[in-house]
Design a protein around this ligand. Sequence first.
Ligand SMILES: Cc1cc2nc3c(=O)[nH]c(=O)nc-3n(C[C@H](O)[C@H](O)[C@H](O)COP(=O)(O)OP(=O)(O)OC[C@H]3O[C@@H](n4cnc5c(N)ncnc54)[C@H](O)[C@@H]3O)c2cc1C
Ligand SMILES: Cc1cc2nc3c(=O)[nH]c(=O)nc-3n(C[C@H](O)[C@H](O)[C@H](O)COP(=O)(O)O)c2cc1C
Length: 580
Amino acid sequence: MSPIPKTAPFAEEEIDLLNRVVGTASPVQRAWLAGFLAGLDASGATLVPAHPAAPARPAEPLTIVYASESGNSEKLAGDLAKAARKNGLKPTLIDMADLELSALTAAKRLVVIAATWGEGEPPARATRAYNELIGEGAPRLDGVEFGVLALGDTAYAEFCAIGKKIDERLAALGGKRVADRVDCDLDYAEPAARWIGDAVKALAPPNAGRVIEVDFGAKPAAAPSTDIFEAEITEHVDLNSSRSDKETIHLALSFEGGAPAYEPGDSLDLYPENDPAYVDELLKIAGLAGDEKLRTEFTKSRDVTTLSLKTVETYASSTGHQYVKALLDQGQAREWIAGRQLIDLIATFPIALDADKLRALTRPLAPRAYSIASSRREVGDEAHLLISAVRYESQGRARKGVASNYVAEGLKRGGHVRVKLKPNKHFALPATDKDVIMVGPGTGVAPFRAFVQERRATEAKGRSWLFFGDRTFTHDFLYQLDWQDALKDGSLTRMDVAFSRDTPEKVYVQHKLWERRADLIQWLEGGAYFYVCGDAKAMAKDVRAALVRAYADVKGLSPEAAEQAVVTLEREKRYLQDTY
Ligand SMILES: Cc1cc2nc3c(=O)[nH]c(=O)nc-3n(C[C@H](O)[C@H](O)[C@H](O)COP(=O)(O)OP(=O)(O)OC[C@H]3O[C@@H](n4cnc5c(N)ncnc54)[C@H](O)[C@@H]3O)c2cc1C
Ligand SMILES: Cc1cc2nc3c(=O)[nH]c(=O)nc-3n(C[C@H](O)[C@H](O)[C@H](O)COP(=O)(O)O)c2cc1C
């Protein structure tokens, strides 16, 4: 925006002040201000300063960077911005996906709220900027006052690794830590709110008296409800054949009074209960069998399976168990907990426990996210989920994932389940005339069923191309009939499949991308959007690597230039991931 001219009917320092406030305002903020002042004139009222005695001064800038994948850090960054405004600060929110490091050098005060994903990795879309910050070329940040809030999950060995690294890095680059880092577990709401309050106090300018404060905090008119809904299960179908070694449940939910206002790409958080048989065994091993109240509490609301380093430490300190202490002292606990659950700790190192001691070893039972596999424009007030039952064996014991087996074994048609909408505006469909390429093996295909339904309902002109994969064509072709129908009616233009166990050599979606590389690059050069959903550990990385190689091969680029081509897609928000 051009600055307010010196000829404006204000004193020089007032023009300066206006430029500082209005010059950096967003279009929405400017439109609000224009409307507000016009309304004031029309009503004949005058704007009276709240405290005429104190001279006004502009709010001090605060840069807030968030590195988020499923939206928690992003939401907290918004909360922080609101609190900052009330304390004499003028926040600028930056998604780490869009961060240029020069914004940090220009910052006087900086807060980073960062989640950790994968196995100690940054959220996918924050990777580029994170690597630049950690890399040798990062600029000095001498004197920048900063604080870091880390989000994570103690169930992961690399608990809050990214927040920790960013915190260390900002200090190493010369930043001045004014708020100590807090590492939050899944039940982050309270500690995060406390940290935000403390950080704002630490960062607020001294004597933050009267400031020019404009509350732009009004909620966008149509923010969807993120309340917990109780949904009825109207379909509960295993999409694998009875001869498959997998079980993937198609769950149709209906909502009395209307489904939450979800969009394709959003997920539902599902609130599970524990397997009562597991809880019984745990209570028996702990010597607490027969305590019905505890049994109900543990089944419904405590995480009784996760075994973290923190759990082992709590066990050692609350019981004084010699061998557990030794495990910690000798630095072997981290290795020992891999593939084990809480039940193994108590079974291996038994000691008398009371209910409080056992409860202290657990945390609240967290919901699990599931991509929505339907479009409201096609299914009305329903929402569909696609849930793969997690079952494996480790340390000689059969294990079951809590939520997926709660769904697969504990729920049936006619039953009810509690869910909450988890919007994801970073994994949304583009304009209807744009082409989309969707890579979704296994349950990763769920959001693409929503995409295809939406494109049908909106009569989208853009083409759509799906890459799907699973174990076998005969037993594991999830939603096969849906795809056939979609290919027939044109809502799906093209589909490539990879069934890894149908051929002597394993074929995965990344191999199909490579086979189709000429067309793939042509679609992307024509402006197509590229979506990846599903396994984060191997698939998402292999898919990205295949795309880099495809660019190199088809366009005759060096590996570096091909990597840049994919980075450009990411920067243009045409390479979008929702992986787990
Ligand atoms: C945004 C998002 C969308 C998602 N969408 C879907 C979806 O559409 N469909 C879907 O099915 N899932 C989806 N998930 C995954 C889902 O949220 C759960 O993580 C999954 O269902 C497992 O939950 P659970 O409670 O059954 O298992 P948990 O009780 O949480 O147990 C899982 C844990 O068991 C351990 N484990 C699992 N397998 C093994 C093994 N072979 N060996 C050793 N340890 C192992 C690991 O520690 C793992 O973290 C999504 C996740 C996210 C974040
Ligand atoms: C697939 C997956 C991998 C994760 N990996 C880690 C990890 O390695 N370390 C950690 O502390 N937390 C890990 N987490 C937990 C997230 O950091 C946590 O859910 C956080 O609140 C997400 O914040 P966001 O919504 O801002 O992305 C992982 C979560 C998921 C779903």
